[in-house]
Design a protein around this ligand. Structure first.
Ligand code: G
Ligand code: G
Ligand code: MN
Length: 409
């Protein structure tokens, strides 16, 4: 899906840099670029235009207010766009900047050295688009009638994307990603086209229940079911934050698991942090899911509203670091330091840490040599239906050593 950004600020005391960045950002699909010579005037502008600025590219060394002070101020004003620092960051500054970003929840997306490398600028802008972009063309949503028809005819199709321990190569679980099947038209409908419809017409709980019953039964029937690990949990299912308002959720999920004979401690619910998660009713449902034995995962971490203090207070058992922090991590010191901090925090809070969106072999190799994380991404496997998943599992174990094959027979 092609994304665009509405408005981005450039803050730099050099006119040449302002002009260069402004021109390049427009080339890369930003609709409007507004330039400032210093952080103070830019902050005034942000106060006057709340919610109107998708991203900020800022120099670090400027008269009146330096980049770190600006980061602080952005955190204090709860700025929700992305921030890119345009300056070589020394290690000490990277550490400080990441600390500010994580504790105040500023979306620090990375740094761009001078002289400006256009390929790197494009990478960082891609991240910004993933966090704040809107589609160039509106998505074609399916009709409510078609959704009901698919549900009634049982055309809900779970796709599975495996997750693996990047060091031991053990398969640790699968994320279930919902598709709708339209056999007459040989069409697989992607969730972006029907989840908003299900949400709008009050069908999302029915969709989740149907998907859950189906995927648990399918996984249960895998030949190698017993060889799959018990810790961390096995099956991840996505929920919209709004589904936590329905207080029947824990009981419904429990009854589906019990009916199929599926151990609840092997199911995790992923809840995106792209929307605020703070209402007492939502938090109480999260707690109750835990009490019923399910795991809960904070999905897309790094794109939304949760800061480190909240992370410590919420009952999550897992953090999923968003792909925008993982892609190009091999050459991105800011992402590396963010991940290092999150790994420390996850260990301290006894949470599982999953890195998602691994597409590139260089990023994979970096993670493999630097960190013990669970990894998910197209490079390991695309989401696929159950029979293809089974084939993939065999191929994976065959490639990654006898120890693992033995476990699986
Ligand atoms: O694989 P993919 O392109 O299918 O998924 C697109 C988006 O749809 C992702 O953000 C994913 O979390 C979401 N998604 C996929 N399946 C479900 C589901 O069953 N429920 C919800 N709420 N979101 C889902
Ligand atoms: O929002 P959530 O994290 O649940 O969604 C997962 C989404 O990410 C799904 O749409 C899935 O298909 C997609 N995805 C999984 N691995 C990769 C990857 O390596 N690259 C990209 N671009 N998307 C991925
Ligand atoms: Mn997810």
């Amino acid at each position: 899906m092609e994304l665009t950004l509405k408005r981005t600020l450039v803050i730099d005391d050099s006119r040449a840099i302002r002009e260069l960045l402004s021109a390049e950002l427009k080339n890369l699909g930003v609709q409007e670029v507004v330039c400032f010579e210093n952080g103070a005037t830019a902050l005034d502008y942000l106060h006057e235009n709340p919610g109107k600025v998708d991203g900020i590219l800022t120099d670090l060394h400027m008269p009146r207010m330096d980049g770190l002070e600006l980061l602080h101020k952005l955190g204090e004003m709860n700025y929700q766009g992305g921030v890119i620092i345009v300056s070589a960051m020394e290690e000490r500054i990277v550490q400080l900047a990441v600390q500010i970003a994580l504790s105040l929840h500023v979306h620090l997306l990375g740094s761009l050295e001078k002289p400006i490398n256009l390929e790197r600028l494009a990478q960082l802008l891609f991240r910004l688009k993933q966090v704040r972009g809107v589609p160039v063309r509106p998505l074609e949503l399916i009709k409510k009638r078609e959704l009901i028809e698919r549900l009634e005819q049982g055309h809900v199709l779970p796709y599975y994307q495996p997750k693996v321990d990047i060091q031991t190569k053990q398969i640790t679980g699968v994320e279930v990603l919902c598709r709708l099947d339209n056999p007459e038209r040989h069409e697989i409908i992607s969730p972006d086209r029907f989840i908003p419809v299900a949400h709008r017409f009050g069908l999302i709980d029915l969709l989740t229940d149907t998907l859950m019953a189906q995927c648990l039964a399918e996984i249960r029937s895998l030949r190698d079911w017993d060889a799959l690990p018990h810790d961390p949990a096995l099956v991840s299912i996505n929920l919209l934050p709004s589904q936590l308002y329905n207080d029947s959720l824990p009981a419904r999920c429990t009854s589906i698991c019990d009916h199929i004979g599926f151990d609840r401690s092997r199911v995790v619910f992923e809840i995106t942090e792209r929307q605020v998660l703070s209402e007492p009713a939502q938090l109480s449902t999260l707690d109750r899911l835990r009490i019923h034995g399910f795991g809960v995962s904070l999905d897309d971490f790094g794109t939304g509203y949760t800061n480190i203090r909240q992370l410590r207070e919420l009952p999550f058992t897992e953090i999923k670091v968003d792909q925008c922090l993982i892609q190009h991590i091999v050459s991105d010191r800011v992402s590396q330091v963010v991940l290092e901090s999150l790994i420390r925090i996850a260990a301290e809070l006894k949470m599982t840490l999953v890195t998602e969106g691994i597409e590139d072999i260089q990023d994979y190799l970096y993670l493999e040599q630097a960190h013990h994380v669970i990894a998910q991404g197209y490079l390991i496997s695309r989401p696929k239906p159950i029979h293809e998943l089974e084939r993939w599992m065999h191929a994976w174990y065959k490639e990654h050593g006898a120890a693992n094959i033995r476990q699986i027979r």
